[in-house]
Design a protein around this ligand. Sequence first.
Ligand SMILES: [Fe+2]
Length: 326
Amino acid sequence: MNKGPLPIKQLGYVGIEATDLARWQTFAADFLGMQVLDAGSGTLHLRMDDRPFRLFVTRGERDGLACIGLEVEGASSLDKLSEQIESRQTSVQRGSQQDCLSRRVAALNWFKDPDGNRIELFHGPMPEGTAFVPNGAIGGFRTGDLGLGHVVLQTPQIGVMSDFYLKLGFRLTDFMESPIDVQFMHTNTRHHSFALLQSAEAKVHHLMIEYLHLDDIGRIYDRAQAIPDRIVSTLGRHTNDHMLSFYSQSPGGFMVETGWAGRLIDLESWQQERISSPSLWGHERKWLPEAARKAIRAEMDLLASSGTRAPVEVTNSPGFNLSRIS
Ligand SMILES: [Fe+2]
């Protein structure tokens, strides 16, 4: 196993291209509770913590991914990783001063992955200068060194994409082969910051953001149920990262998973494994064909009949205080 330091520290930011910024403003602020700032030039900054943004939405011709920002340790790590990528016949562009300014980072280099997604490697995120204020009474997001959450990409070539991202420095956490073909990868102690799902079309499948408080998820779920066609996967708990979550349709044509209590893994002792069901219970997936839903339901019935349960492991989160339980 390839243990030792990981070259990528975290999923730093995700950029979204959108035809309708107003819909994103409403979705991010009123529904998800993010702080939304107008950054000018048709760009919204969506804040989840003290960084200038964790997501940005920029006006464009289409709805989809603009870029994925992966943070590395410093200038020498950025150079080293960029050289490694170039040695595998992928051209790497040095970000201009304007690029760095718009991303609020000290330096960035970018390249396209085999599906054509723009990936930006950066170091030195600049502070915003003003404190993060959520929109509404949200108790905050779980970010920090764990990064913004996770991003899952659909790809028509999971073998090629997986090989590319593993060589970039991600490590395989676990995987599922049937009825859906998914690979989950980590780059810090978050169970997965990145995943790939075999599919006909290359696009974002979903973005996951994690809240510090269970009750915030419950209240967002209440709001979601009042909005027609908002919920695309009901409340449930994942088998592998133990996340309690549900999925909403975003204005970007992909889903946003809102979660709580995702599991952290031990980087040295973790052994990758194959999982048979994506969820322990719930997560009725409206986006999946009926045959695949039925197969997952059968696997969940097996887990239920064997009494398979997962512990809650968020003792270092302000939203879960073990000392209050006696
Ligand atoms: Fe997810």
